[in-house]
Design a protein around this ligand. Structure first.
Ligand code: MF3
Ligand code: CO
Ligand code: CO
Length: 291
């Protein structure tokens, strides 16, 4: 586990087996949302600064180090670190790894698809986001999977309006994924995300009309679809974390933390440049725009 300076405030779940049950609301007041914009910006920038290092031969442990140091330098605690015992500061999930990949010493290879998921805890709130990037030149089918997963996330985000059922998100995402023959992961979901990292409210990425939560202004949660080229059936490695597809098919993921407004949503995980994270080719990232 990497060192966190004493000046960085730790969340309650660090150093204990797991978080306390959250029984508060998923609706945040304006003051809390403002804090979330700041945490969200740092979380987004931490992905960009790490992703800018992506190339064949670089290890995921190096990406972890870069994101960790960036977060700490900005006063943020890397929320993954010691969350239910997770040993690293970000999740790095390559190819058939769906999510919760643990950064390690495997060098990235030309053609790999890597998901970086980074969460900042700052001023008592969380900003959680993820994007998929290419290592060198990747196959056309991998690029399409990644771009369509990003599009699926944005379609889910656009479907969010106060008064609608939360299940509209999964309906939109699953129907878009199906057009291309992609499958959508069911066991890992979006979640209420604010003062709590995972509040207990879940956001499905597949159609489930029984989920009868109604969307309200001020609600803060993530949308984070994981789409697979083949079947989304999955298993966990015996490291207790890494989730992989059973058939070895590749997976892409994008995630944003957002707040529901009177008319739709505002994305909170916006980089300091003001331009949303696109993923894809990491050589296009302009690190001079990161504050
Ligand atoms: N950031 C992930 C999510 O989107 C959660 C990672 S938990 C960890 O919900 F412990 F694996 F880091
Ligand atoms: Co999340
Ligand atoms: Co995440």
């Amino acid at each position: 586990m990497r060192r966190v300076p004493d000046s960085v405030v730790r969340p309650a779940y660090a150093g204990v087996p797991g978080p306390e049950l959250y029984d508060g609301s998923d609706v945040m007041d304006a003051e809390t949302v403002e804090k979330m914009r700041i945490a969200g910006e740092v979380a987004a920038d931490s992905i960009l600064i790490a992703a800018a290092e992506i190339r064949p031969g670089i290890t995921t442990d190096h990406l972890d180090k870069v994101a960790h140091e960036f977060l700490c330098d900005h006063g943020a605690y890397p929320a993954a670190l010691d969350y239910r015992g997770f040993p690293k500061s970000i999740c790095t999930s390559v190819n058939e790894v769906i999510c919760h990949g643990i950064p390690d010493t495997r060098p990235l290879e030309e053609g790999d698809l890597i998901k970086i998921d980074s969460t900042a805890f700052l001023n008592g709130v969380h900003g959680d986001n993820c994007a998929t990037f290419y290592v060198g030149e990747v196959s056309e089918e991998a690029k399409l999977l990644s771009e369509r997963t990003r599009e699926a996330m944005y379609r889910g985000i656009k479907a969010v309006k106060p008064g609608r059922q939360l299940s509209v998100i999964g309906r939109v995402i699953e129907s878009y994924a199906k057009r291309f023959g992609y499958d959508t992961v069911r066991e890992y979901t979006g979640h209420g995300c604010h003062v709590a990292f995972h509040s207990g409210m879940i956001v499905l990425h597949y159609d489930e009309p029984m989920l009868d939560t109604i969307i309200e202004p001020g609600m803060c949660f993530t949308i984070e679809p994981m789409l697979t080229m083949g079947s989304a059936r999955n298993k966990q490695w015996n490291d207790g974390w890494t989730v992989v597809t059973r058939d070895g098919s590749w997976c892409a993921q994008f995630e944003q933390t957002l707040v529901v407004t009177e008319t739709g949503t505002e994305i909170l995980t916006v980089p300091s440049s003001g331009e949303l994270i696109l993923g894809g080719d990491p050589t296009t990232i302009d690190t001079s725009k990161i504050a």
